[in-house]
Design a binder for this molecule. Structure first.
Ligand code: AMP
Length: 197
């Protein structure tokens, strides 16, 4: 199964993706995670991406398209994957279509977690508090200033993906404000519906 999870930062994409990973045995391909790993490892890509990421802005399409194309070829993605955080712009969505069709693959569904934006800053603060309480370190971009920039980036560049995938007939919307388990159930229902169509 090949899926995209769409939604603003803090919508719960990561949590839901983890559950889908366990249920379907397919990997979650998060461009944010891949980029953070590159930053940590101080690779060439990591060095180019760090300042942009810390400021809450988008890394270039050229970089993310390349890392996704390579990651999709890894053996663990042979039976499918969940894309989290990619595509983030309509040009990236078009590039993804080309990347997949070049490999003879296609998407099964695009799931959008629809959320009330005013709740998102609170969710981010909760995530930071939980991470710190568990002895971890908060993400460099999980602070109110960067987070708000990420929301603006989302509104301007990523929100149009909803209309794009509605146009291709692949979009399924789920209420991301519902309790976590209900969101999971709604996603599973949407996936069954997609499989039948
Ligand atoms: P995320 O973990 O998905 O919130 O991503 C964290 C940061 O990584 C974003 O704020 C961007 O700077 C960068 N990033 C992740 N995915 C993409 C993407 N598809 N296109 C451009 N930048 C991205």
């Amino acid at each position: 199964m090949r899926l995209i999870l769409l939604g603003p930062p803090g919508a719960g994409k990561g949590t839901q993706a983890q559950r889908l990973v366990e249920k379907y045995g397919i990997p979650q391909l998060s461009t944010g995670d891949m980029l953070r790993a590159a930053v940590k490892a101080e690779t060439e890509i990591g060095k180019r991406a760090k300042a942009v990421m810390d400021a809450g802005q988008l890394v270039s399409d050229e970089i993310v398209n390349q890392i996704v194309s390579e990651r999709v070829d890894a053996p663990d993605a042979a039976n499918g994957f969940i894309l989290d955080g990619f595509p983030r712009t309509v040009p990236q969505a078009k590039a993804l279509g080309e990347i997949l069709s070049g490999k003879g693959l296609k998407l099964d569904a695009v799931i959008e977690l629809a959320v009330d934006e005013s709740a998102l800053v609170k969710r981010m603060e909760k995530r930071v508090a939980e991470t710190v309480a568990a002895g971890g370190q908060a993400r460099a971009d999980d602070n109110p200033e960067s987070f708000k920039k990420r929301l603006v980036e989302f509104r301007e560049k990523t929100a149009p993906l909803s209309a794009y995938y509605a146009g291709t007939g692949e979009l399924k919307k789920v209420d991301g404000m519902a309790p976590v388990d209900e969101v999971t159930e709604a996603i599973e229902a949407a996936l069954m519906q997609a499989a039948e169509s």
